[in-house]
Design a protein around this ligand. Sequence first.
Ligand SMILES: C[S@@+](CC[C@H](N)C(=O)[O-])C[C@H]1O[C@@H](n2cnc3c(N)ncnc32)[C@H](O)[C@@H]1O
Length: 277
Amino acid sequence: MLSYRHSFHAGNHADVLKHCVWLYCLRYLQRKETGLRIIDTHSGAGLYSLTAKRHENREFCAGIGKIYNRDDLPAPLQSYVETVRAFNQTNLCFYPGSPLLTTRLLRPQDELWLHELHGRDFQLLCDNVATAKRTRVIQGDGFNGLKQLLPPPTRRALVLMDPSYEIKSDYQKVSDALCQAHRRLASGCYLLWYPVVERARINRLEQQLRDSGIGRIQIYELGVRADAEHSGMSASGMVTINAPYTLMEDMQDALPWLATQLGDKGPGHYRAETLSE
Ligand SMILES: C[S@@+](CC[C@H](N)C(=O)[O-])C[C@H]1O[C@@H](n2cnc3c(N)ncnc32)[C@H](O)[C@@H]1O
């Protein structure tokens, strides 16, 4: 029985990195008129109240909470934080997950496919996107769902793969699913989130991706403390395939700033690297 609930973690440092990169890519791809098929393979509940009791661990305070009121944000963070602000009055009370961040930007020619396996979060997700147009919610395995949705008729797709990695086989599954998806649509833009809990697992994942023969893979990582065993998630990252060519330069500006703001005790660390040309 899976026990992961994103509501405990919403708005933490990992969400800041993930959603900043996600919105950057979405906005960039929407510069072209042609419609996008947007696929979120692991959607969560969609919207989180940060004042609910379960937020007693208040992970968001060390994430979005630290930058929400800043007016000196680097460009990629500026539009991300503005989007989060749009879900709030003045104070930070709600955090939008990837589904609601996306529905906010959906154009008439785009479509959004959301997958969520967990019954309770599926129900919450359905309620949270009930009024959204061109948005379909599927209760089921997002890895399987992805296969069935590629390639779209427009041959333009943006995919977010964001599992909880509760099951260790997910580390292998994400790599297999990306390779399979890429075979179906080599021009798609794919984003994969990963946590750094055991660095060796991420090293293996990177090696598999390097060996896959897929081109244009980049990696963006934000660490809030040094890697150490049994200290929980020290960092997290986004693997991108076919990301906008401007992302690397913009994240090279944003990541040092973020690492300074969100580091646990003193500045954190970051990576912005090309895995394959
Ligand atoms: C990290 S959360 C997603 C957060 C969301 N993408 C966001 O950014 O707001 C991972 C979600 O995946 C769900 N999940 C786990 N295994 C799944 C699977 N095989 N297919 C679809 N959803 C799954 C979990 O219940 C959880 O809600």
